[in-house]
Design a binder for this molecule. Sequence first.
Ligand code: GTP
Ligand code: MG
Length: 579
Amino acid sequence: AKLYKRTSYLLPALRKSTVGNKNAPKSSSHEGQAATQNMSFENMVESRREEACRSILVQVHSEQSCFHLHKYCCQYGEVKGMHHYSLPGSSHFVLVEFTHKANVDHILKCSSHVNRKEVIPVRSPFLWFRAPNKPLQPNHTSSEPPTPVEINGNNIPAPAELRNWIQAAESFSDQILVLHRATSLNDLGSRLRFLTARQIELALSGLFPQITVMPFGSSVNGFGKAACDLDLVLLADKEETNDEDNSDCRIVFHAKTLLTNGRTQVQRHMETLGDMVQMLLPGCSHVRRILQARVPIIKYHQDLTGVECDLSMTNMSALYMSELLYILGASDWRVRPLVFAVRSWAREIGLTNPTPGRWITNFSLTLLVLFYLQQHSKHKGPVLPTLNTMISLAGSGDHRITSEGVNCTFIRDVSQLCHHMASSSKKLPNTDNLETLFIGFFEFYSSFDFTTHAISLTNGTSVTKPDHSPMYIANPLERGLNVSKNVSHDETERLRIEFRNTAWMLESVSLTPHETSLTVSQKKADEAWGLTALFEAPQSAAKGRNIFYLPTQRVPPPRIMDVSNLFQQDTDEVGDSFV
Ligand code: GTP
Ligand code: MG
């Protein structure tokens, strides 16, 4: 019994009011996240990458196998932790973290293939636990020290359960915090994403010993939802991208010459990469090549970690964008919950859609929230700094320019940034609670003129639109690019109407919980309030008020992919019995 630690997404204490408390209790599955949350972006990424090097993923028969797997792994080194999860189809997996990377090397060296003649003998940290030749010993005879095992670490609350928790919160601000804590990417989610990145890295490390496959986007920027996709960028030789002066070095690698058209070369490399992922890498299926996009990508599903991946090759600025978002999210405890609430709102009322198209993306919505938090009123200062402030505070170690020449220099030290924000403001600090900020967001954008104005996080003010795009959010790092270029006129209009509807609803729905005393009926206590009321009634509220509601057909856009090169889906079936 000591060995197992059941995951509960929310500790009871979480339901107590936690507003304004940075150190509010977290669920056990967020403990690992908490360990990295005060790190700089680079340290957090390095720590996760190093953790992935010390980890293996083992498919098992059921959660009952954890004990025997633990015992087996202990022969190869000290096991630091075990994290069990299951995926649809009742497949069970355990991510085993060893204390030392050498333990992983040792266990992989001693692992084997079954039916060697029938499989491609790839070696990787993706394994399965075979039934033993001899009968297993009962659990209680073990002399091994117990290792905490997290069971069902990937569980996400069912919608009804999440609704109950949100309903049970003590205030509107608390509801936002509960939503954030219950639905954000947890420790196991991060581990699995870094292990998924490592699979590509290991597969290519013979050709490119310096290769780094870096997660970016919501998996690392602090705005990730449980089960979010994994955006990856492949950097073949990270050391040389740092423009080191190596003119004194007399031994030089022989290498093939790059084609003059870099884009064609990238597309061909991506095609080869797609073939490798599809044909050789265990667990990778549904490979799609989207090579005509501005940034060519390979999409695939990693069936063993349950992660949907987008792999790109020349997207260094997107990595720095993730760092920028991470820093802004870390610089004030209200930023991430507020972004989550707005993104959930957009999803609930159908403004965002997992399929890319002419509607607003989560990334653009995030920038809208960050821009709103850069605003200040007559007396109160802003919650967040402008990018210009962050650039002006950059130290000598913050200098970053991508190989495409994009300047991504800004301050990386969150505590120094917070100190500057607190000490430089001539106005009162903004101490608004999440409720006030959430309402303020909808009021702000209800009156924002998207027709003539663009959003610029660089100086935190709106600017005249440089072109006729229906919505213009200037890319903070790549000036001249519009992040919301994909958003159509209809969708911009719909967004504007929804901002107004919601601002109106926030004035009319109850933002406090109903009393649960004996004098109040159970029915009243269950009545939706705050976030629940907002998420459950937007359509009917819009209809009831006869507000013109643009019908937007959500037809998935045509996909650009090389259909001719598509292969049959791989079958990575396991051909033997599990323990
Ligand atoms: P979800 O995947 O929806 O949870 O959010 P995400 O932030 O990961 O968004 P997405 O997967 O669409 O994009 C991944 C990252 O690519 C973003 O975080 C940005 O850094 C970058 N990105 C996305 N869209 C754009 C765009 O239109 N322009 C630019 N320059 N970068 C983008
Ligand atoms: Mg993403």
